[in-house]
Design a protein around this ligand. Structure first.
Ligand SMILES: [Zn+2]
Length: 269
């Protein structure tokens, strides 16, 4: 599943090709992904200039004066910028055409989204989102306040979008390992010092992944493969039953909220 770093790298990758370009056509091949696609409204953007491409949580926002296109990659979505004559593949649902190039959305599992926002209006999908983890809005004070009365385990709290956006399962596992916090600890029992450290390492792991993605990423203009997905060096995620890289203790794997959770019983308290 694309997580925040992949969406950020996708943003950087497609921005290079699309910013300041004129939308010459919009082709919707599927009426519905996770939600109905507002094809009529999207078509209003033909002839508009793409002013910028931004990201909020895991949504990409293609901004024009007449409104914004909002894209979510869901479980399996990916974007490519390719020549418009490149043959269609199965699950190619959407083309944003800019002259002889297209931004093409492929999504086999169709949990992604393609939405429209009126100029200057906030789409309802953004209504309940907490701060961006890589901005100064995500502070230790904020996380401490959010955890004060929460009995849910800390891993679930940091993956809760109203608390902070974009901390998916991989990065929650990794951040809790680096902050030496047992993921099963009720949030209101994690110390202020630990939460302060957690905020800091969440920023570090996400920034490292973006940096790594930016350097290892395949070109967004290639016609095969899956641009936007990248392998990362991980300490705990996917390593249940293997030795802790810090102390050699065997890492434990449990499920929290149906999600694979791996931790070191010695390092994480
Ligand atoms: Zn360990």
């Amino acid at each position: 599943m694309p997580e925040l770093p992949e969406v950020e790298v996708s943003k950087l990758g497609i921005s290079l090709h699309l910013t300041n370009k004129i939308i010459t056509d919009l082709i919707v091949r599927t009426p519905k992904l996770r939600w109905d696609i507002p094809t009529g409204q999207l078509k209003l953007l033909i002839g508009q200039k793409i002013n910028a491409i931004s990201r909020r949580a895991k949504y990409l926002v293609i901004e024009t004066d007449r409104g914004d296109i909002i894209i979510h990659l869901g479980m399996s979505g990916s974007l490519r910028v390719i020549d418009s004559e490149v043959e269609l593949k199965k699950h190619d649902h959407f083309d944003l055409v800019v002259g002889d190039k297209v931004l093409r959305l492929n999504d086999p599992r169709r949990f992604g989204a393609l939405l429209f926002a009126e100029p200057g209006q906030q789409h309802s999908v953004f209504a309940k989102l907490g701060p961006e983890p890589l901005t100064d809005d995500f502070t230790a004070e904020h996380l401490v306040a959010m955890c004060l009365k929460r009995k849910a385990v800390i891993k679930q709290v940091i993956m809760d979008n109203p608390v902070v956006v974009g901390v998916g399962n991989i990065y929650a596992n990794e951040a809790l390992f680096l902050a030496q916090i047992d993921p099963r600890t009720p949030a209101n029992q994690v110390s202020v010092a630990q939460l302060t450290e957690l905020v800091s390492v969440i920023k570090i792991v996400l920034e490292a992944a973006i940096k790594q993605g930016g350097t290892t990423l395949k070109d967004f203009s290639q016609t095969d493969g899956k641009p936007g997905y990248f392998a990362q060096s991980l300490n705990v995620y996917g390593r249940g039953g293997l030795a802790c890289l810090h102390c050699q203790t065997i890492l434990e794997q449990v499920k929290i909220g149906q999600r694979a959770t791996v931790y070191c019983p010695k390092c994480q308290k």
